[in-house]
Design a protein around this ligand. Sequence first.
Ligand SMILES: C[S@@+](CC[C@H](N)C(=O)[O-])C[C@H]1O[C@@H](n2cnc3c(N)ncnc32)[C@H](O)[C@@H]1O
Length: 320
Amino acid sequence: MYGLLEYGNMLRDRVRTQAYRAAIDRHLRPDSVVLDLGAGTGAFALYAAVKGARKVYAVETSPLLDYGRREAERLGLGDRIEFFNGPAQDFEPELRADMLISDLRGALPFLGDAHAVLADAKQRLLTSDALLMPHQDRVFAAPVDDPAWYAREIEQPWLQNDLELPMPLLREAEGSLPRRPPPRGLTPCFPGQCFATLDYAAEVISLPTATLQWTAEQAQTIHCYLLWFDATIVPGIEMSAAPGAKAPLVYGRLVLPLLKPVQLAAGDRLSLRISVWPAAGDFAYTWTTTVLDAAGSQHQQLRQHSAHEAFLAARTSGVA
Ligand SMILES: C[S@@+](CC[C@H](N)C(=O)[O-])C[C@H]1O[C@@H](n2cnc3c(N)ncnc32)[C@H](O)[C@@H]1O
């Protein structure tokens, strides 16, 4: 659940706001019917109405949508915007929309039930040829060599903590949870590679399983993978959360830690097999790291997943 400050931060992200604005400006027509799905405080819905859309639906679970309603009244837009405060799955509008404005992503475009919400909207709330914003997201991963981060974030809390009580089982479970990078960021030591392309217009938004490979030119130790996404809001209007981007996007990035640091010799190949799958109303990640030497012999393999908490919850509730 986002607060006003977070909704403010979404608008403060000028790259994101300008990209959505440019997409709306390019495609909005006086006869457009717009669905702002997950409208937050309704900023994009208000903008579409100000720009002359025939009808705008602003749909949002957060009660903070009420601020949008009040802004609409203040602007005299009340007759053209309809606000629905509740889950989109319960919304039954009079018209189908031919333009979708939506941003249901977190650090990556795998958050909660976003894909199901979008699928339901496409089936019930949108015309079959509706213009979708976003149009496509591409998700990237790159290995990172950062021993100081690894010691502080993964090792110390469980193995060298102030209780002087090592907890290796917890280190293994918590050490596989995806997390945000530190404020100073993490710098990949290899170029990012794309492992998922989410085409929102496709009938089914398929979840990725992919294998990425990097070859070491020199000896290197890998501690984690950094993940981020690039987006096409509509064809021709793009934004990127890649590390090193001039203006970092509000989404940030995600880190998948390694169970142990992996040593690469010059010429070794680092292979990452990564999958994203639905778990306990959200998404989980499986990632397997394999080191192969120049002759193709396997040196090391680490298999990890992020669903320790979901599995335990299922066991203790008797589901598994
Ligand atoms: C990342 S925010 C985007 C807010 C605003 N549209 C913007 O771009 O600034 C995503 C919003 O989607 C809302 N949301 C998520 N699932 C929803 C659902 N099933 N029905 C309605 N709103 C939903 C969340 O509460 C959140 O406010």
